[in-house]
Write a protein that binds this ligand. Structure first.
Ligand code: SF4
Length: 337
């Protein structure tokens, strides 16, 4: 079946510096399908520089791949006609990190909700537009009477972000890409925003791609997770398995940096020190984690590890799992059952 949205063997290289000779590989041969017939919450997790935001920008159509392709309903994004582009703009919505930057401080917050209603002609009258706005605000747990007519500075960061979620909902999208939606919001308000995203998935059948550096929220919100390291997939699969029993040394590092509330769990016990590997990469195509990995072997410095299917719902790109079957990267969705 044709996927709603698909990255197929996508690599993205940015050039910079004098004569643009400095090359940074932001994404390296990544494949991923987003099916909307079984709406799921997928998390894309990694540190700064992992490529997760580049991946999100590419799925939103803001960036083109250097090689590989991004397909919308089976068609390359670069060859969509005007009607298909318009359908894409409606079906794929984004929620960004900084909700404040989207608002015009001189307009009440109604303005950000009215814009998509006008642009996509969602209502025939002002009364109908008002009803749509109230319905969307209620769906994300906001009181319309206490929200509409207010100016951005009169609302909390959490309320402003939930209005952006309501704005995305107005268009009845099939996919919402939420890029670090709670990182600029007080910790006490994060749960309400994340719960509204889950509600959209549960009650409205909208697929959610949750991009984050925070494994704790990824664990609470998502069904599946992909962990990226320097543009490459390190580990992917069922979130419960990946977070509770990580198989890739990098995921183990990330999980070990979570400040668990469980006092029995010793935080940092298995910390992997940076630059303490016995193996330094000798090949440009070595495992990218080889210079930090305490388990590195000679082979790790010579070639990139394939993706090994370590159990039915999870795969890790690490030679420690060489006894497992190799999972072709284009077939990664076989993990997301
Ligand atoms: Fe470590 Fe080697 Fe696995 Fe890379 S492939 S994570 S260097 S053990």
């Amino acid at each position: 079946m044709t996927a709603f949205l698909e990255l197929r063997n996508v690599t993205k290289v940015f050039s910079s510096g004098i004569l643009r000779k400095k090359r940074t590989v932001a994404l390296d041969n990544l494949s991923l399908k987003i099916d909307t017939d079984r709406p799921m919450v997928k998390a894309i997790a990694g540190e700064s520089g992992s490529g997760k935001t580049t991946l999100g920008m590419m799925l939103m159509g803001f960036l083109s791949p250097t090689s590989g392709s991004v397909l919308y309903n089976g068609k390359d994004m670069r060859s969509l006609n005007r009607d298909e582009q318009r359908a894409f703009r409606r079906e794929v919505q984004a929620v960004f990190q900084d909700p404040f930057s989207v608002y015009n401080p001189f307009y009440p917050v109604d303005h950000v909700l009215e814009m998509p209603i006008e642009k996509f002609k969602l209502a025939k009258s002002r009364r109908e537009a008002r009803a749509l706005m109230e319905e969307a605000l209620s769906a994300v747990g906001l009181q319309p009477a206490e929200t509409l007519g207010r100016f951005p500075h009169q609302l909390s960061g959490g309320q402003r972000q939930r209005i952006m979620v309501a704005r995305a909902l107005l268009l009845k999208p099939r996919l919402i890409i939420a890029d670090e939606p709670v990182s600029m919001v007080d910790a006490s308000l994060r749960a309400t925003i994340l719960e509204s995203l889950r509600k959209l998935n549960r009650d409205f059948g909208i697929s959610i791609l949750y991009i984050t550096h925070d494994l704790t929220t990824a664990y609470h919100v998502s069904n599946h997770i992909l962990v990226l390291y320097r543009g490459s997939l390190a580990e992917a699969g069922d979130v419960e398995h990946v977070i509770k029993q990580p198989k890739h040394p990098y995921t183990q590092l990330l999980v070990d940096s979570i400040p668990w509330p469980d006092l029995e769990h010793s935080w940092g016990k298995n910390r992997i020190p940076s630059g303490k590997s016995a193996v330094q990469p000798v090949s440009a195509t070595a495992c990218k984690f080889a210079d930090r990995c305490p388990h590195a072997m000679p082979v790790c410095g010579q070639q990139p590890p394939p993706l090994y299917r370590v159990d039915p719902t999870r795969a890790a790109a690490c030679f420690l799992h060489q006894e497992a079957a190799v999972l072709p990267r284009e077939e990664i969705n076989a993990l997301f059952v």
